[in-house]
Write a protein that binds this ligand. Structure first.
Ligand code: B12
Ligand code: SF4
Ligand code: SF4
Length: 354
């Protein structure tokens, strides 16, 4: 036991050196809050994110031993990213907003490399025979639930994991292992009390009372994961969000003092507001040049052009009419055509009425 406590401390120190600000260890069994997850999926709240409901991934979410034979612990790590700077209601005509997490080189790439380095460190310390499987975001594992179970933070009403004093602008990562490191205890506190700010501020009212989301209505889902047409009533709720949404975190008092983070995720590569008229004119080459190796590449060109049109429609941006019309003349993709037509209609109606 003593040897494992010493090893755990050495791993924590190395994790900090690699840029993770928090490191805790959770037992792998039983899986925390699995029933909440299963009920969420059964109710279809995962929208079109089919990977969340596949039978094989459901089984793995229920038993980390199906991912790593003999899995005993889930090491949970957090790495903060730069918070948004402009106020929550700031709109810049002709510009769309991108969520704070997406402004550096894609965190999946950076953090996975650091997880590999941490695994190598543990192998060097404790022997090559130790089993690992690490994930950042993309694995079939309830990252937030394990992190909460080991006291890394607490679930807020906005469903994000909130770390005391640090807030929620953090990425989570996990390393499953067969090494029986001493586990950490949960915090067992509610970070919210009577606060409801995120629920009141969410434009699409998708935050549910049981601390889950109706993902189909969340702007983050609509602008990133949803590959098809955004329903008209939700288009207006997207506001100026070009990629992702930070509103429920921006209004959260736990993030009031979130500090700019130096270093671990590298330089900011994208601005907080991007020129959406320009994006309307983009082809694959321009898209690739700007978004390569950033999280924005996940939306693909068609997603980003769709979102840019919706932002312009919401802003009633008259200057954008020529670009929108030119693109519509050339466009063959029905999802983009729909967004362009909607934007033109919004702008033309407002010009007529105003
Ligand atoms: C699918 C997904 C989404 C979906 C659905 C989000 C959701 N809230 O369910 C969409 C596309 C909308 C999304 C959006 C965002 N996401 Co996302 N997403 C995921 C992903 C891949 C799975 C989440 C999931 O399983 N959801 C289903 C719900 C039911 O499960 P859950 O989130 O674990 O929720 C648990 C709690 O509700 C808990 N619970 C319920 N009641 C109670 C009560 C108590 C007291 C407790 C303790 C727990 C509890 O039980 C649930 C089951 O574990 C995770 C990575 C991962 N593998 O976990 C990232 C992840 C959650 N996303 C992340 C981020 C950064 C975001 C965005 C901020 C990005 C952005 N700026 O646009 C937004 C935030 C939106 C929001 N308010 O949640 C981070 C969150 C970091 C954090 N501090 O929490 C994660 C962990 C990725 C990462 N590795 O860093 N995301
Ligand atoms: S990310 Fe935006 S749309 Fe999604 S729950 Fe938070 S405020 Fe609502
Ligand atoms: S805004 Fe208030 S209710 Fe929402 S997560 Fe933060 S503290 Fe909780």
């Amino acid at each position: 036991m003593h040897r494992l406590s010493t090893l755990k401390q050495a791993i924590r120190t190395e994790a900090h050196r690699l840029g993770f600000t928090h490191f805790v260890v959770s037992p792998a069994h039983p899986v925390p809050h699995l029933q909440t997850y299963l009920a969420w999926v059964s109710a279809g709240r995962h929208a079109d994110m089919g990977y969340l409901a596949r039978t094989d991934t459901l089984a793995k979410r229920g038993d980390p031993g199906l991912i790593l034979a003999g899995c005993q612990r889930v090491m949970c790590l957090a790495m903060p990213y730069n918070p948004p700077h402009a106020p929550v209601d700031e709109t810049r005509p002709g510009y769309g907003r991108i969520s704070a997490y997406a402004r550096t080189t894609d965190y999946h790439l950076i953090i996975q490399e650091k997880l590999n380095a941490l695994e190598s460190f543990i192998h060097a310390q404790a022997g090559e025979g130790i089993g690992f499987k690490s994930y950042v975001d993309t694995g079939p594992i309830l990252e937030r639930a394990f992190a909460a179970q080991a006291g890394l933070g607490m679930f807020g009403k906005n469903t994000n994991l909130i770390i005391p004093k640090a807030g929620s602008y953090v990425f989570l990562a996990v390393i499953l292992t067969d090494l029986p490191l001493p586990p950490d205890a949960p915090l067992n506190r509610d970070p919210c009390g009577s606060c409801q700010r995120c629920i009141e501020a969410c434009p699409t009212e998708c935050i549910r009372a049981d601390r889950t989301l109706d993902a189909a209505r969340c702007i983050s889902y609509l602008t990133i994961e949803n590959k098809g047409i955004i329903p008209d009533p939700l288009k207006s709720q997207v506001g100026s969000w070009l990629f992702g949404c930070d509103i429920c975190q921006m209004v959260c008092p736990h993030n009031a003092r979130a500090a700019s983070q130096p270093g671990a995720l590298g330089q900011l590569r994208l601005p907080e507001f991007m020129d959406v008229v320009e994006i309307i004119t983009w082809g694959q080459a321009e898209f690739k040049a700007v978004t390569d190796d950033t999280a924005l590449s996940r939306a693909r060109l068609r997603g980003l052009v769709r979102n840019a049109a919706i932002v312009l429609g919401n802003q009633r941006e008259i200057q954008a009419l020529p670009a929108l019309k030119t693109r519509l003349d050339q466009e063959t993709d029905p999802t983009i055509q729909d967004a362009l037509q909607w934007a033109l209609q919004q702008i033309e109606t407002s010009t007529r009425d105003g």
